[in-house]
Design a protein around this ligand. Structure first.
Ligand code: ADP
Length: 421
């Protein structure tokens, strides 16, 4: 044999894999093994084998689905896939061929005949189902795929509901002890409290505890916000809101951090914006979070600009307007000169707990450049804007820590009407 032919064997049963491997090795083939359908698909793509032996009954993604997937992948359409299955049920061969396999070998594999059978398929042998029968099997195959998809969606929905319940319970349980600790800390740090004239070491220790507890409190509050947003129980206190004032207050909270990092934060064309109807504290929370992120993901010396304009629904992108119902919006833009965000991540960053960077790389301080949070901020920001009848979205050319293309986060909030109109 000239160049050694490479066979990928997708099979969950170890002993079958060992046996076939030995037989095919002895016949001069190189054999790669995959223990399930998912690994099989990945290895097929990575290694481009000359032939694939595919077990049909595997837990997780079965051989039918794996074969269908592989046949649709560029560069693998012509690679022969031979189904191997134990339960010799009427129609198994046709099912396998309809799913995309080119041949069928019943289990237990006849080891004496296997090398020759493989050789025939490598030489161009292809089995086909008769057209009339194929239609029925095709319908059955699609039905099976849809059934599996349905099961997966149901399982995901269940795990999503469990995750939401876990966040709600954890946040409520953590809230009480955190409140107690904060209360005692306030007493200990009170100049007129029990620690009169504490020594400087004790004061530093208390400040350390206090900053840790503040962060814990923020995380618990974020978890509670996520729970409220999901349950649609965010209680908005609607009143007239001046956006320039909300933005100024939000900036003021981050001024010191920006100065330490030699960054400029500028407010542009916000004065002329109309007063809108909304929850001032919540709107400040949105702007504060976007400004905090802009500072966090911009290297020292960069700049952040907050600007606003009035737009009609028609001036906004259709992907955004599909979310909006009003005619008139105020659009606030928080632009930075930071590292930017990869296009593939731009939707996902609004998901709960989604962080682009590995959380294990977090620095200990939240305010350090790129120091991470819990990945809840943007989910809350969007949820709060949505509760106002608005939306938050972003644009960035991509992520490049060298060139720093920057990011622009947009918030649209309806100008709205007083609650009683
Ligand atoms: P976190 O608490 O981790 O900052 P967020 O929900 O606020 O969570 O943000 C999610 C992710 O989006 C961040 O981990 C970060 O990678 C990315 N991100 C958010 N804002 C910016 C920005 N202005 N520039 C670059 N990346 C950003």
């Amino acid at each position: 044999m000239s160049a050694q032919r490479r066979i990928l064997y997708v099979e969950d049963d170890v002993s079958s894999r060992m046996l076939v491997k030995q037989v095919l090795h002895a016949a001069g083939y190189e054999v790669m093994e995959a223990e399930d359908g998912m690994v099989g698909i990945r290895l097929a793509q990575e290694t481009r084998p000359d032939l694939i032996l595919m077990d049909i009954n595997m837990p997780g993604l079965d051989g039918y689905a794996a074969a269908t997937k592989i046949k649709g992948m560029p560069g693998l359409t012509d690679t022969p896939i031979i189904a191997v299955t134990a339960n010799v049920v009427e129609g198994d061969r046709e099912r396998a061929l309809t799913a995309g396999c080119d041949g069928y070998l019943p289990k237990p594999i006849d080891v004496d005949a296997l090398p020759d059978q493989i050789n025939e398929f490598l030489g161009g042998r292809r089995e086909r189902v008769d057209k009339e029968a194929e239609r029925g099997y095709l319908r059955e195959h699609s039905q099976r795929l849809v059934d599996r998809l349905e099961e997966k969606v149901a399982a995901l929905t269940r795990s999503d509901a469990m995750k939401s319940r876990f966040i709600a319970i954890a946040a409520h349980e953590l809230r009480t002890p955190v409140t107690v600790i904060r209360g005692y800390l306030d007493i200990l740090q009170d100049p007129n409290g029990p620690l009169t004239d504490p020594d400087p070491d004790a004061t530093t220790l208390l400040e350390g505890i206090s900053s840790g507890v503040r962060r814990l409190h923020e995380i618990v509050e974020d978890m509670l916000d996520v729970t409220r947003i999901e349950a649609k129980t965010l209680d908005l206190k609607i009143a007239p809101v001046r956006l320039d004032e909300a933005a100024e207050k939000a900036i003021a909270l981050h001024r010191e951090n920006a100065e330490q990092r030699k960054m400029t934060v500028t407010l542009e064309s916000m004065r002329h914006l109309p007063t809108i109807w909304g929850d001032g504290t919540r709107i400040q929370q949105i702007l504060g979070h976007l400004i905090a992120n802009a500072i966090k993901y911009t290297p020292d010396g960069g700049s952040v600009t907050v600007s606003g304009r009035v737009v009609s629904e028609k001036q906004l992108d259709t992907t955004v307007t599909s979310r909006l119902l009003d005619d008139q919006y105020v659009e606030i833009i928080v632009a930075d000169t930071g590292v930017g965000i990869d296009r593939s991540e731009q939707d996902r960053i609004f998901e709960q707990f989604y962080e682009v960077r590995d959380p294990s790389l977090h620095s200990t301080s939240k305010t350090d450049f790129m120091g991470g949070g819990a990945g809840l901020g943007l989910a809350i920001t969007r949820g709060v804007a949505e509760a106002h009848g608005g939306w938050v979205w972003m644009e960035s050319e991509g992520n490049d820590p060298e060139r720093c293309p920057g990011s622009r986060f947009h918030v649209a909030l309806p100008v709205g009407a007083p609650p009683d109109q």
